[in-house]
Design a protein around this ligand. Structure first.
Ligand SMILES: Nc1ncnc2c1ncn2[C@@H]1O[C@H](COP(=O)(O)OP(=O)(O)O)[C@@H](O)[C@H]1O
Ligand SMILES: O=P(O)(O)OC[C@H]1O[C@](O)(COP(=O)(O)O)[C@@H](O)[C@@H]1O
Length: 308
């Protein structure tokens, strides 16, 4: 079984405003709500690709109920620990540009954390754990390290889609896959990454540090997959971006789905990129049909010679 862990789920409130004016009353031209949080998006994308997963994490309140009901409706099994505060609402403001306000998340008690860790007891080495998203304010920043320690004992593969300090912590644990975007990769090395070539240099450093697979997404500029023996570069298809929320999560969901179906690493990478772009070109998360439509427009090439 693939378990996705979203410590800090959300209701994503997507608001469209024409000519937004700071400090004034603005009215929406459209708004929608979706369950969010990185692991939850990964589970939803995998479901669309007919790969089962179990969504774990902490939810609470009326917003938590919205998330749980939505997953039930999509027949995605979940086993969330219930907390007393409300699951956060993340605002995604679409004007001429996209802006986001992500909440800090509800309080999580010691007992609730213990309950969460108990779920890992039944996992086995055939399982995969996807750790994704931010850490709620009341949990220690070492939480991902603690989860990985439990996974290591059981020889469970760990995928991590996290950023900032959490990413630093996770890298030292040598996960199976990480997927920073180019900003997150740059932040890790205190630099700015603008191109695929620059991303390759820093992505390779992470593989040298023991991460098995590094996917670096660079939005419209393409994506990279770096493994111990090879590096691959992919273009992304051209299209109109409607809503990029969840695009990165879709790359992870697409890649893991394909790996779990024993596709080659290049093919899995291509499906991941197609899923990312299919989400970016949709109002909601990608569908299988949209992914399949985009696949012919994506080329994956091995990076050869010196550059490798
Ligand atoms: N402008 C775009 N055109 C085509 N695909 C895009 C675009 N922006 C994002 N994507 C797709 O979404 C993926 C993730 O986007 P990116 O912005 O790099 O990551 P994140 O969403 O994690 O910040 C990309 O690899 C690509 O497949
Ligand atoms: O946990 P964080 O880092 O605050 O991110 C949560 C947000 O990220 C998302 O999972 C989208 O992530 P991506 O756009 O990076 O794929 C939203 O659904 C959610 O609001």
């Amino acid at each position: 079984m693939i378990y996705t862990v979203t410590l800090n789920p959300s209701v994503d409130y997507i608001v469209e405003v024409e000519q937004f004016e700071l400090g004034s009353l603005n009215r929406t031209v459209a708004d929608t709500k979706f369950p969010g949080g990185k692991g939850i998006n990964v589970s939803r994308v995998m479901k669309r690709l007919a790969v089962e997963s179990n969504a774990l994490g902490f939810i609470g309140g009326f917003t938590g109920k919205f998330v749980e009901d939505f997953l039930n409706l999509e027949k995605i099994p979940s086993n969330f620990v219930k907390v007393s505060g409300d699951t956060r609402i993340n605002i995604k403001l679409k004007t001429e540009v996209e802006s986001e306000i992500n909440g800090i998340g509800p309080n999580i008690s010691e007992d609730q954390l213990t309950e969460f860790f108990e779920i890992f007891q039944k996992m086995t080495r055939e399982d995969i754990v996807v750790l994704a998203g931010s850490i709620p304010g009341t949990l220690p920043s070492s939480i991902y390290k603690e989860i990985i320690a439990v996974c290591k004992e059981k020889e469970i593969k760990v995928v991590a889609d996290v950023s900032g300090d959490a990413l630093k912590e996770v890298i030292s644990e040598k996960p199976y896959l990480i997927k920073p975007n180019h900003h997150e990769l740059g932040e890790l090395f205190n630099t700015e990454i603008q191109s695929v070539e620059e991303a390759l240099v820093y992505g390779k450093k992470l593989v040298k540090q023991g991460v098995k697979h590094v996917i670096v997404s660079l939005a419209e500029k393409g994506a990279l997959l770096i493994t111990e023996n090879n590096s691959y570069v992919a273009n992304v298809p051209k299209g109109k971006v409607l809503n990029s929320v969840g695009a990165g999560d879709s790359v992870v969901g697409g890649f893991i789905s394909a790996i779990s179906k024993d596709y080659s690493i290049e093919e899995a990478f291509k499906i991941g990129v197609a899923a990312g772009s299919a989400t970016a070109f949709s109002m909601e998360l990608c569908t299988k049909q949209k992914i399949e439509e985009l696949l012919p427009y994506i080329e994956v090439n091995e990076v050869k010679g010196e550059e490798r």
